[in-house]
Design a protein around this ligand. Structure first.
Ligand SMILES: *Cc1c(COP(=O)(O)O)cnc(C)c1O
Length: 396
């Protein structure tokens, strides 16, 4: 199997190398406060009908034959397949007997980000890169810190001051160098790019094409576990990189002749951080406003890095955006926990809020998958806002 990069806009192709991140031509037209221009697609060159699911789904990580780095470079942390399971009480409550949860809270650092970090770490090892630099609202940073620790690579992270404390502590615990940045995620993103040198590699989500490619394994696993494509997938969406990865996994399966069609994908955004939803509606991205207010920190972004790619694929495959309020997210978070035993962070509960919003138009028998992308234990402060906490005893 062969892999190369291709620019979705100008269709120029590039070898996969640490020196190539964005399309050198198309990234020239970058405007401040807008989604990244020139994000590259990873293209898989493989003969249709040549491979079976059995041949492709094994290895470490699972489905690694469809990833553009040789298996021997992957660090040895466990990386799926994560559970795809049938939540009986939630199914009953929703009247959806074919509902599934894809539980990525069990990944080593507690979020789906580990899929991308694993591929970036393997790529860094393959090319002898000594340092990985990343900006993040939290999960991508702790993920890269943890997977980097396993791989023996130095990790420098740029965190907005607003990142939940547990995510900061977690990144430090893994031994990463942490720079906190005044301002929000978009400010941390800019600061991280300034820090890059010839010897370091950026893991910024959407900027490094491998972050999209690494996340496709979640969809490959779902397909392998169900033995078919689901009818619909609900994806929490901030930068649109998970969304891009989900679509890429589907496209690879169709290209290989293993699946017939791409499922309906619902991109779930918070009302206060809805840039992709607005662009899908309006046909273009408005300049980012001042804030991206939602308590779901992992989907709070003003200028989504993979915004252009996300909208392109939603249009191409007939996907939909659904906006949900913070109240609906908190309610979904509590419902998910109390009906299934799974404590997800707010962003990771957004898919359930999204499903509620479109429940009436979703066939009851549809095979539906909710991506549960991160654990709730890293951000108990947000969850606490939706809970009646017991009073403290006198004198405590
Ligand atoms: C990063 C993240 C998301 C959003 O992914 P994007 O690629 O930014 O759209 C959703 N949930 C969790 C838990 C995350 O860490």
């Amino acid at each position: 199997m062969e892999f190369f990069y291709r620019c979705a806009v100008c269709e120029r192709t590039y070898d996969i190398s640490p020196r190539v991140m964005l399309c050198p031509q198309c990234s020239q037209v970058q405007q401040d406060g807008r989604p990244q221009r020139g994000v590259l697609d990873t293209v898989l060159n493989a003969e249709r009908g040549r491979y079976t699911v059995e041949e492709l789904s094994g290895g470490h990580p699972p489905w690694s034959r469809l990833l553009p780095v040789e298996a021997r470079y992957f660090p040895d942390v466990p990386m799926g397949p994560t559970p795809l399971w049938a939540p009986a009480r939630l199914r009953e409550a929703l009247g959806m007997p074919n509902l599934f949860l894809k539980d990525d809270t069990v990944l080593p650092t507690g979020s789906l980000k580990d899929r991308a970090s694993l591929l970036v770490a393997a790529f860094a090892r393959r090319h002898g890169v000594m340092e990985i630099v990343v900006a993040s609202t939290g999960n991508a940073a702790c993920s890269m810190a943890g997977i980097g620790a396993a791989a023996g690579i130095r990790v420098t992270i740029f965190l907005p001051g607003t990142a939940p404390r547990a995510k900061l502590v977690q990144a430090l615990q893994y031994g990463a160098r942490v720079v906190t940045v005044e301002g929000d995620y978009d400010a941390a993103y800019a600061a991280s790019l300034e820090h890059l040198s010839a010897k370091s590699l950026s893991r910024n989500t959407g900027y490094n094409p491998l972050t999209i490619e690494g996340k496709k394994t979640v969809m490959l696993e779902v397909y392998g576990q169900l033995g078919r494509m689901p009818d619909a997938v609900f994806v929490p969406t901030g930068d649109g990189v998970i969304l891009g990865g989900v679509y890429k996994g589907c496209e690879d399966l169709v290209q290989l002749g293993l699946a017939d069609a791409v499922p309906k994908v619902y991109a779930i955004q918070a009302e206060g951080s809805n840039a992709i939803s607005r662009a899908l509606r309006d046909g273009s991205f408005a300049p980012a406003g001042h804030r991206a207010p939602t308590l779901a920190d992992s989907i709070a972004v003003r200028a989504p890095a993979n915004g252009h790619g996300a909208v392109r694929r939603l249009v191409q495959h007939g996907g939909e955006c659904v906006e949900v309020s913070d109240e609906a997210i908190l309610a979904a978070q509590r419902e998910l926990s109390s009906r299934t035993g799974l404590f997800a962070e707010p962003a990771a509960a957004a898919p359930l809020a999204g499903l509620h919003a479109v429940r009436e138009t979703t066939g009851s028998d549809s095979v539906v998958v909710l991506l549960i992308t991160g654990t709730g234990l890293k951000d108990v402060e947000s969850a606490a806002r939706g809970l009646p906490l017991p009073p403290r005893p006198e004198g405590a």
